[in-house]
Design a protein around this ligand. Structure first.
Ligand code: CP
Length: 319
């Protein structure tokens, strides 16, 4: 594996899921793989799980992990080619990224979208510029449109929790209310991975006007009827996202879309997933999060093993 930006960087999803589960069963078996190697984790935006799990994964492989909060501790970076830098940005990525490339063996980056200009966000300029100029493998810690480490984790968690070999699991991705516009990254990425995996009956449900990009959802059944979607579901993945078409907006935060135990009764004793952080009693009810259906802590803990599987693949490919 040369980089990890999306599902397209993975040859075999089941194989990397099994690798993550093997890391979970035996975290230190590859302790020598990363000896004398260093990963730089660059955060242009906040994080808890991604930041900590990536560091733990690197350390389990014997790597040194250095975290740099570019967003509030570094120089303001410019990403546009041929920019006249007379504004607030101090350093061009063209100058900074090659330096990171000399300091580190792997570069991992978190960059959120602006949610102001869809074309700019969906061009993935920031992460592409790091790839172009760093000269070392780049791992996405969530970019403008995708969150692949989260999605790999999600498939690992579904694999752990689904043992019926007679039929595919029914997985429902449901929109949930929120107080502010959020990126489409997690929903895009989950859709992209589940569709590429091809081992689920996949349904996406959301209010009208919250359509995601077809680039990621093609292959899924899409409905505006949440109750219909939830029928016989084995997994319900709860997530808010802002509008894609009229970009980055919230049209409604109808509390009727929040998952409750009453709604969950329509499912096949579904397990409930959320990538966290979650707004309790806005996105997801206390009764679900504190009840037996929730697997959100297991899901978050699996972030370590997904990251470890990816870093291990990159170390093996790049020597
Ligand atoms: N799920 C996730 O990416 O969490 P953080 O934003 O805390 O890293």
């Amino acid at each position: 594996m040369k980089q990890f930006i999306s599902v397209h960087d993975v040859n075999n999803i089941d194989a990397i899921v099994q690798k993550a589960l093997a890391c979970k069963a035996n975290p230190y078996s590859d302790k020598m793989l990363g000896t004398n190697k260093r990963i730089g984790c660059l955060f242009l935006n906040p994080s808890m799980r991604t930041r900590l799990s990536t560091q733990i994964a690197a350390q389990n492989l014997g790597m040194e992990a250095i975290v740099f909060n570019v967003g509030n501790e570094g120089w303001a970076l410019e990403f546009e080619e041929e920019a006249i830098m007379s504004g607030t940005s101090v350093e061009h990525v063209k100058d900074a990224a090659p330096v990171f490339g000399k300091y580190f063996d792997i570069l991992a980056i978190r960059t959120f979208p602006s949610l102001k200009n869809r074309e700019d966000d969906y061009s993935e300029l920031y992460i592409k510029q790091f790839i172009k100029y760093a000269g070392i493998p780049v791992v996405s810690l969530e970019s403008s449109t995708l969150h692949p480490l989260q999605s790999l984790t999600d498939i690992v968690t579904i694999t752990e929790n689904y043992k019926d070999t007679a039929r595919k699991p029914k997985i429902v991705l449901t929109w949930a209310p929120h107080v502010k516009p959020l990126p489409q990254c997690v929903a895009n990425s989950f859709s992209q991975w589940v569709n590429a995996w091809g081992k689920a009956d996949f349904v996406i449900t959301h209010p009208e006007d919250y359509e995601l990009s077809e680039t990621f959802t093609k292959g899924a059944t899409i409905t505006h009827n949440q109750d219909e979607a939830l029928k016989n579901a084995d997994f319900v993945y709860v997530k808010n996202w802002s509008t894609f078409n009229d970009y980055g907006k919230i049209y409604e935060s109808d509390p009727g879309w929040m998952l409750t135990n009453k709604k969950l009764k329509q499912t096949n004793n579904a397990k409930v997933m959320h990538c966290l952080p979650v707004r309790r009693n806005v996105e997801l009810s206390d009764e679900i999060l504190d009840g037996p259906a929730s697997i959100v802590t297991q899901q978050a803990s699996n972030r370590v093993w997904a990251a470890q599987a990816v870093l291990s693949e990159i170390l093996q490919t790049n020597g």
